[in-house]
Design a protein around this ligand. Structure first.
Ligand code: CMP
Length: 143
């Protein structure tokens, strides 16, 4: 089954949006298979955002993501990678559609509340970067 990596960034945690964000993925019908509340090391942040290392905003991105605790998550479901990106909305919250997480709650591109893997291969890389196999729970709802 397809899986994606999502992380509620320090701004999402500090603004008290964890419940709201998690609720959206739960009520959509996706399955939570991994979750941890953590402070991110500089090394992990740099590795996660490696693809952006030549960008002018790289150091501010790493500084921000390591500035406070985040919620790292793995969600499972058919088409979850693309669907989660749609639910998150465009990178810049100012242009993100209303109804998306960034469109409903954000105004700043550097503080855009949540990260979501952009493709299936990226999701596999990010899940193995952030989680060990033992931290992921395979289960099926009985409801
Ligand atoms: P994310 O989905 O986590 O992936 C890369 C992040 O870089 C992105 O969200 C933004 O938070 C950040 N980002 C992208 N463009 C800019 C920018 N122009 N200035 C600051 N941060 C940016």
């Amino acid at each position: 089954m397809e899986r994606t990596f999502l992380a509620i960034k320090p701004d999402g945690v500090q603004r008290g949006l964890v419940g709201e964000i998690v609720r959206r993925f739960e009520t959509k019908g996706f399955t939570l298979v991994g979750m941890k509340f953590m402070k991110v090391s500089k090394e992990l942040a740099e590795s996660h955002y490696d693809v952006h290392k030549e960008r002018p905003f790289f150091s501010s991105l790493v500084n921000f993501i390591t500035s406070g605790p985040i919620i790292a998550m793995v969600w499972e479901g058919e088409g979850v990678v693309a669907a989660a990106r749609k639910m998150i909305g465009a990178t810049n919250p100012l242009t993100a559609e209303p109804g998306t997480i960034r469109g409903d709650f954000g105004v700043n591109i550097g503080r855009n509340l949540i990260h979501g893997s952009d493709a299936i291969e990226t999701a596999q890389r990010e899940i193995s970067l952030w989680f060990s196999d033992e931290e992921l729970v395979t289960w099926e709802s009985q409801m």
